[in-house]
Design a protein around this ligand. Structure first.
Ligand code: UN1
Length: 494
């Protein structure tokens, strides 16, 4: 059986006294690999290696650092199918979604490689004669990355690739459920020729990861995961004056107006609510529907749900794979019970699938509630499973207010043919991502990714904005007058 070990200083290393943890295929419950779980010492070792390597890495011209990212992008492309197969086995998502996720990492590699010849700063006039002013980006040093299991390679790429091109070294703690993708990425990083120590992977549990958050040599932490964990990281990091970039929960809604193309809206909702079994931060878990089309949309959604094939992600016909583990099944089940107690009407699903082909694996039936009150818990809290709540509204203003009534602010969407409604929605929906006539998922890597309110803390993954997380601005003034010139005082306007 494959055994995954930490990648530190360019080598795969063991840690004395470490125990192993099984990697489980959520479609079959089989153990597909073992991973050596590290300790606080493992983190210290990785940070030390990163710190040493970073000094030299920062001096490598950015276009040459980028050359290695181009190489890595090429390797990811060459190994796309192998990566996707492993991703489906380890995470459960349907194989075409897995290919899409690997593509997201490929895109990010090439996009950030391009930054090697940009990394733009500013030049700007000085207020004094014979003086030059500019600002440049400088790397922060060693960055700590903590990433989730639902997009094990895409989210890692959003964080690691901008960090690397900007001249930082990385210590990455991937989710415990998905070490195989981290291992494959470490192999390709090594093959691409990145110097030892600039990219390190440590397999540790959540509590040990605190060491990374608190390590004095790690000034930046970038985290994607639950709001509860993110809040703790922000508190701990904040006390140490670290920069902590957080991407957390969502409770995203699709708004369906009475003039919407219902065929399109139905197809998009089925995809963004039940694709990835609802396990995306961007997944749609609320549909806000105009009363005039509510009955018709319910009918179409039910019809669509009946045709969604649930099963192992390696079956190309499958649209809804397993959820990640048994604890997740329990959480989803408890939310269905909460929904029923709250008086919502269950139209489809609502239960674990465990008979016949589902005897093994963590499968949950695609679930649809209707007549859900906007303030019900199932309409407010993140479930992270294939559970969708329909809420009726009578006007665009009401729909926007309901959309904005949740704690989170990641993604939202509106289906309408009315251009005025579109522009109102673009202005008034309070999420970091807004879609028009498309579902709530499908962010592209060259735009900033993140959200407002409890979804984040003002930083963004992806896009050019990711560089702001991993660089410090340095303002530089060069006075070539040969004399003392005092800013604000020796300025002559005459
Ligand atoms: C996530 O769920 O955390 O926009 C990431 C999307 C994907 C990324 C999702 N490109 O749905």
């Amino acid at each position: 059986m494959q055994r995954v070990t930490h990648f530190i200083d360019g080598r795969w290393v063991e840690e004395a006294g470490a125990h192993d943890r099984p990697v489980i295929d959520p479609a079959t419950e089989e153990t597909i690999a073992e991973v050596a779980v590290g300790t606080a010492e493992t983190i210290d070792r990785a940070v030390l290696a990163a710190k040493k390597a970073q000094r030299e890495w920062a001096l490598v011209p950015a276009p040459l650092r980028a050359e290695l990212l181009y190489k890595l992008g090429g390797l990811l492309k060459a190994h796309k199918e192998r990566l996707a197969q492993t991703l489906t086995r380890e995470n459960g998502k349907p194989i075409d979604e897995a290919r899409g996720e690997v593509q997201e990492a490929i895109d990010m590699a090439f996009y950030m490689a391009g930054e090697g010849r940009r990394l733009f700063g500013q030049t700007t006039p000085s207020e004094l004669r014979d003086k030059f002013a500019m600002s440049v980006r400088v790397p922060v040093g060693v960055v700590g990355l903590i990433t989730p299991w639902n997009f094990p390679i895409a989210i890692a790429s959003w964080k690691a690739f901008p960090a690397l091109v900007a001249g930082n070294a990385v210590v990455w703690k991937p989710a415990s459920e998905t070490p195989l993708m981290a291992h494959l990425l470490s192999e390709l990083v090594a093959q691409a020729g990145f110097p030892p120590g600039v990219f390190n992977v440590v397999y540790v549990g959540g509590s040990v990861a605190e060491r990374l958050v608190e390590h004095p040599d790690v000034p930046v932490i970038s985290f994607t995961g639950s709001t509860a964990v993110g809040r703790t990281i922000a508190e701990r990091g904040g006390r140490l004056l670290k920069r902590v970039s957080l991407e957390m929960g969502g409770k995203n809604a699709v708004i369906v107006m009475d003039d919407a193309d219902l065929d399109l809206a139905t197809e998009a909702i089925l995809w963004c609510a039940y694709g990835t079994s609802g396990q995306r931060c961007t997944a749609c878990s609320r549909v806000l529907v105009h009363v005039a089309v509510k009955a018709e949309l319910e009918r179409r959604l039910l019809d669509g749900i009946r045709r969604l094939k649930v099963g192992p992600g390696l079956d190309p016909e499958v649209r809804v794979g397993p959820v990640i583990n048994a604890a997740s099944l329990q959480k989803i089940t408890s939310y269905v019970e909460i929904g029923q107690r709250e008086g919502a009407k269950l139209l489809a699903g609502g239960h674990v699938l465990n008979d016949g082909p589902y005897a093994k694996g963590f499968y949950f039936a695609p679930t649809l509630f209707t007549d859900v009150k906007p303030d019900a818990r199932i309409a407010q809290e993140e479930i992270f499973g294939p559970v969708l709540s329909l809420i009726a509204f009578e006007s665009l203003e009401e729909a926007i207010a309901v959309n904005n009534s949740v704690a989170y602010g990641l993604s939202s969407s509106i289906f309408t043919r009315d251009v005025n409604a579109v522009f109102r929605a673009m202005r008034d929906l309070d999420t970091g991502i807004v879609y028009v006539n498309a579902g709530t998922t499908g962010a592209e890597i060259h735009l900033p990714f993140g959200g407002s309110k409890a979804t984040g803390n003002g930083h963004r993954d992806s896009g050019i904005q990711a560089l702001d997380v991993f660089t410090e601005w340095r303002s530089i003034y060069v006075d070539f007058s040969g004399k003392l010139q005092r800013a604000q005082i020796d300025v002559r306007y005459e």
